[in-house]
Design a protein around this ligand. Structure first.
Ligand SMILES: [Zn+2]
Length: 487
């Protein structure tokens, strides 16, 4: 079982259209307004007192506390983008999926897309409403620009190991381990509604915007077929949506800014024995310390003395003395990744490798602030090789400074393209391999709070103009590493 918490599934109701209206002068920044879509007494209108320890201010009702977080996220987004048309977000807190397999935290999308409006950056190309409005200088649709839903069940403790949302907004205050911070989730979902969304039906490959392709298709690129999504057939797009790791973003600004936000990729480096020595792909945990500070040690296969003894689900370990001071090797399955790693820590391990029980790398989701040792997920094949060479295998949990930036392919920032398709998440997120983690990955990472990182250059790629009084107004940052960059 993983403890993944997906941000959402994105949704969009789309109306393609064209209006011709005169342009208006720029303002600095944009005004983003939250429209309270909750019914009386529910969500933002809940008049009860907040739970103690939820990060609310003295005197606030629960509803007021929730709305304050949304207004802060809206205000921060508004300082970054340029539009003189007010951006409206219709938001509510309602019940969404939450069970033992994971929780949907929120979902959001643009309410419509528009083409061939006044001052459109490209002809015959569809843009989400808030972005289109910023060029047209007028509101192209009567409805709100974004719809956003957030899971109210989180406050009922529906997600394992948590008691509710964290409504604090001060990044200097540590988020309690048993709470899920709402602020980064609102940032993320507003990001989708402002344009971080493909507007393609990933099941059929068809554009959701009709005859005019979405701007996303001018930068979403497949490095295997060497095609942009706008130039593919529907069948080619269906194949490309699951063509990990070849699905990338070929926008010039995102590419040139990638080295400012991404570090070297995490790797499992086998030092000895020579027969299996090498640098192997690895998945970082969403919990525990980063492997940027490398940890080296001999590997010991865990024996927890119960059931499948290598699953590490029980503690103390039968071989605790052998594990102490070493890198623990544990097999995926039966219990959460955080339980395995915490158990290894309790038995004295200095790091953990979790061997997958299926193809690829294990997702390593979950959170536990009491975990202080690093962990990496490795392939089943590597775990099998290591087991065949015990004792005598020495491994470094670290990064490969000589290798490519994490979360990139051919120097281009990788997009989320898992096989099988994850409807609602595939294609409309950065890849979860990015290190440090990015706001627009498909699942919330505890390291994200109010940082909008590479999303801003991507927004610049799709046409958003940035407020020069703040950040990211330079049109380039570094030599562009993407081998497929598009104008
Ligand atoms: Zn998302």
């Amino acid at each position: 079982m993983t403890a993944d918490r997906a941000f959402h599934g994105i949704s969009a109701r789309l109306v393609a259209g064209a209006l011709l209206v005169g342009a208006a002068p720029f303002v600095h920044g944009a005004t983003i307004v939250i429209q309270n879509a909750n019914a009386a007494g529910v969500g933002f209108n809940d008049g009860s007192a907040p739970q103690a320890g939820a990060g609310c201010n003295a005197g606030e009702t629960l509803g007021q506390c929730r709305l304050r977080v949304f207004n802060q996220a809206a205000a921060q987004w508004g300082t970054l983008l340029v539009s003189n048309v007010t951006i409206t977000v219709s938001a509510q807190m309602i019940a969404q999926t939450c069970d033992a397999s994971g929780a949907v935290l929120g979902s959001a999308g643009p309410t419509s897309a528009h083409s061939n409006f006044a001052n459109a950056p490209r002809t015959g190309v569809a843009y989400v409403q808030a972005l289109a409005n910023s060029y047209a200088g007028t509101d192209l649709g009567a409805s709100a620009d974004l719809n956003a839903n957030f899971n109210i069940l989180i406050d009922s403790g529906c997600s394992a190991g948590t008691v509710g949302w964290w409504y604090g907004t001060d990044p200097a205050v540590t988020v309690p381990d048993d709470r899920i911070p709402l602020l980064p989730v609102v940032f993320h979902e507003i990001g989708h509604g402002l344009g971080f969304t493909a507007l393609y039906n990933t099941a059929t490959g068809a554009a959701s915007t009709g005859a005019n392709p979405p701007i996303w298709g001018f930068y979403l690129y497949d490095t295997e077929t060497d095609k942009l999504w706008k130039d593919m057939t529907n069948a080619e797009r269906v194949a490309s949506a699951i063509n990990d790791p070849d699905l990338v973003w070929a926008g010039p600004l995102t590419s040139s800014w990638s080295s400012a936000y991404l570090g070297s990729a995490a790797k499992a480096i086998v030092n000895t024995p020579p027969g299996i020595a090498g640098i192997y792909e690895a998945q970082t945990g969403e919990f525990g310390p980063s492997v940027i500070n490398a940890r080296t040690g001999d590997v010991v296969l865990v024996n927890d003395g119960s059931g499948t003894p290598s699953d590490g689900c029980e503690t103390p370990f039968a071989n605790a003395a052998a594990v102490a001071g070493k890198i623990a090797l544990i097999d995926r399955g039966i219990c959460a990744f955080t339980v395995k790693v915490k158990n290894a820590q309790l038995n004295g391990a200095i790091g953990v490798l979790v061997g997958n029980n299926t193809a690829g790398l294990p997702p390593m989701g979950g959170n536990d602030a009491t975990i202080t040792i690093p962990s990496l997920g490795i392939t089943q094949a590597l775990a099998t090789s290591i087991k065949a060479n015990l004792p005598g295998t020495n491994v470094t949990l670290g990064t490969d400074p000589g290798g490519a930036l994490s979360g990139t392919t051919d120097g281009c920032v990788r997009m989320f393209g898992p096989n099988p398709l994850q409807s609602g998440s595939s294609v409309s997120h950065f890849h979860s391999d990015a290190l440090p983690n990015l706001l627009m990955e498909p699942a919330l990472n505890r390291s994200i709070f109010n940082r909008i990182d590479l999303t801003l250059p991507l927004f610049r790629d799709i046409g958003w103009r940035m407020n020069p009084e703040n950040i990211l107004f330079r049109e380039s940052f570094d030599a562009n590493p993407c081998q497929h960059v598009q104008p």
